[in-house]
Design a protein. Structure first.
Length: 139
């Protein structure tokens, strides 16, 4: 009869020691390994922050390169536009050489359009027969 009770008590003590030892070992592991885990976690956070900073820098560099390329292309387009304007001016200038009557016509129509807008023109004949415009300073 005592044998069964003592076996139960021994079994209980063994289970208590095993469970208590496991709990104690778990707490010991947690408290002794926690600082190392924090160091490891902070190391990972630092690496992540460093990678983010590097990525942000790369994005900024690529955006700057894109702006530079865009500026170069816009400048090239402006140069081409200026060449076109210069060629158009050359063509117009060449076509007006020796076209005195057409120039007189453009001058007269310009005077008429100016008169419609209320501009005043005084005609002064010259040797070539072309009137010289002057401004009415009383306006």
């Amino acid at each position: 009869m005592y044998s069964d009770d003592s076996d139960n008590i021994i079994g209980f003590v063994v289970k208590f020691v095993i469970v208590g030892g496991t709990i104690a070992a778990t707490f010991w592991a947690i408290f002794s390994l926690w600082p190392q885990y924090n160091v490891w976690q902070q190391g990972l956070a630092g690496k992540a922050e460093l990678q983010k900073a590097e990525y942000t820098r790369q994005v900024a560099v690529l955006e700057a390169k894109a702006k530079l390329d865009s500026a170069k292309e816009l400048a090239a387009a402006e140069v081409e536009r200026a060449r076109g304007v210069a060629q158009a001016n050359q063509i117009i200038g060449d076509s007006l050489k020796g076209n005195r009557e057409y120039l007189q016509y453009l001058y007269i129509t310009g005077l008429e359009e100016g008169a419609k807008q209320g501009n005043t023109t005084i005609y002064v004949p010259t040797e070539g027969g072309m009137p010289v415009p002057t401004l009415d300073m009383r306006k």
